[in-house]
Write a protein that binds this ligand. Structure first.
Ligand code: SF4
Length: 428
């Protein structure tokens, strides 16, 4: 979501006459788009701002702005901490950014704009700053109503709000006319799409509608809350032919006790049941997840339940993190902190096990003829192109620029930890 917000920021400023530069020393405007989901992300912002201070001293007209979740959370406190900042803008103030910059250019004033002012309909398309891409994100909703006890998202992104189905379909149609072949539908919890618009639409309906749009070949989505993964949505994996066979379904822990403390509103058995249904509806579906280790009060037994769960499911890939306490969340009030050392040890165990599972899942594709949407020239070799399988695995193979945007069939010959290698069989 932050990557997509950054793309929108770049596009909006390009529309206002700014142009991107490769060297920060040449910039007249620097915007940092921030994340506050973990403490480490917040610390990175302060070090980055520290590095920018000397640029501001050398070039007083330089405008430095901070947007995103940390800006939303801290507001004017960020100006107190970093007095040479010109602008702090929140997650609902992206579209007013050109106006904010014009005001700063004219008046030299410092601005803080963090009110939840923009309607969900302003999340629509802005001119792409990255022409030639064949994949695109599409925001279908914002905010979240779930209040998982460790998470700041409901505070920094606001309550859940869905865009209208017709607006989303319009946006995807425009993207298709610009050559986009694959869309990834974005929201904090896409499974609950439609609840706030009261038109009787749900996420499954939206998938069916987008599937009808000519030119779009692939649909993906992220992220899903397990409690809202309906049977109807599971069936979409067998009924909606453009829907790719991959789901990111954050489990967070395998312990019922910790799930309860996290306020996740499902049990370990519920989660396993969803995985079973997904694999029954769509054999070969790739399932990825998130795990947090070291939640306050997590015992060795709780941790073992997570390891056991990983063994049962064998995720295709995993984002794993040490629990990071965030101000203002319910979990921040829990006292039973786990030491850094235990958190690090547990994270290492999770990551080592996942590496084994990822390699095993990648190895299982060797010998398959996979459908690949070619996205770009490989970063490692000018003679190779890169694309993804429908199950979201990166594949490199010998090929030329003309293949970009084409759907091809590739024979998988080698499997690695982070990618696959293959040989072009035919252009579809
Ligand atoms: S569902 Fe996701 S975004 Fe919403 S509160 Fe829980 S972790 Fe945060």
């Amino acid at each position: 979501m932050n990557v997509h917000d950054s793309q929108k920021i770049a596009a909006l400023m390009e529309d206002s006459g700014y142009a991107s530069v490769n060297d920060v020393r040449e910039a007249d405007l620097i915007i940092i788009n921030t994340c506050s989901i973990r403490e480490k992300a917040a610390q990175k912002v302060y070090s980055q701002l520290g590095r920018l201070r000397k640029f501001k001293e050398r070039k007083p007209n330089l405008i430095i702005g901070v947007g995103g979740c940390l800006a939303q959370q801290l507001g004017s406190k960020l100006i107190e901490k970093v007095p040479y900042l010109d602008l702090v803008f929140g997650t609902h103030n992206i579209h007013s950014l050109p106006d904010s910059i014009t005001t700063i250019e004219k008046t030299g004033r410092t601005l803080v704009r963090t009110d939840f002012q923009e309607s969900v309909e302003s999340l629509g398309i802005v001119a792409p700053s990255d022409n030639g891409k064949v994949t695109s994100f599409v925001t279908i909703m914002q905010g979240c109503n779930n209040f998982c006890s460790y998470c700041v998202v409901p505070q920094v992104r606001g309550r859940e709000e869905s865009r209208s189905l017709s607006d989303i379909v319009k946006e995807v149609t425009v993207l298709a006319s610009r050559g986009i072949k694959e869309v990834t539908l974005l929201g904090q919890n896409v499974n609950s799409y439609g609840k706030t618009i009261g038109e009787g639409y749900d996420f499954a309906e939206l998938l069916h509608e987008i599937c009808l749009i000519g030119g779009i070949e692939r649909i993906r989505f992220t992220t899903s809350h397990p409690k809202d993964l309906s049977d109807r949505l599971v069936r979409c994996f067998s009924e909606v032919d453009k829907l790719c066979e991959h789901i990111h379904l954050p489990v967070q822990t395998g312990s019922d006790r910790v799930l309860g403390m996290m306020n996740r509103l499902y049990t370990r058995a519920d989660y396993l049941d969803k995985v079973y249904k997904l694999r029954a509806a769509c054999p070969g579906i790739s399932i990825t997840s998130d795990i947090i280790v070291g939640f306050p009060g997590e015992t060795d037994r709780d941790f073992q339940a997570t390891i056991d769960m990983m063994g049962k499911i064998r995720f295709d890939n995993l984002f794993s993190f040490k629990y990071s306490q965030r101000d203002g969340t319910a979990a921040a009030k829990l006292s039973d902190e786990i030491t850094e050392r235990v958190k690090s040890d547990r994270l290492k165990i999770v990551q080592a096990l996942q590496e084994k599972h990822t390699l095993e899942r990648n190895e299982a594709t060797r010998g398959n003829a996979e459908e690949i949407l070619v996205e770009e020239i490989s970063k490692n070799s000018q003679e190779d192109v890169t694309g993804r399988t429908r199950t979201n695995k990166i594949v490199n193979f010998r090929g030329s620029r003309e293949l970009i945007g084409r759907t091809v069939t590739v024979l998988i010959t080698d499997a690695y930890q982070h990618s696959l290698r293959g040989r072009l069989l035919n252009v579809n």
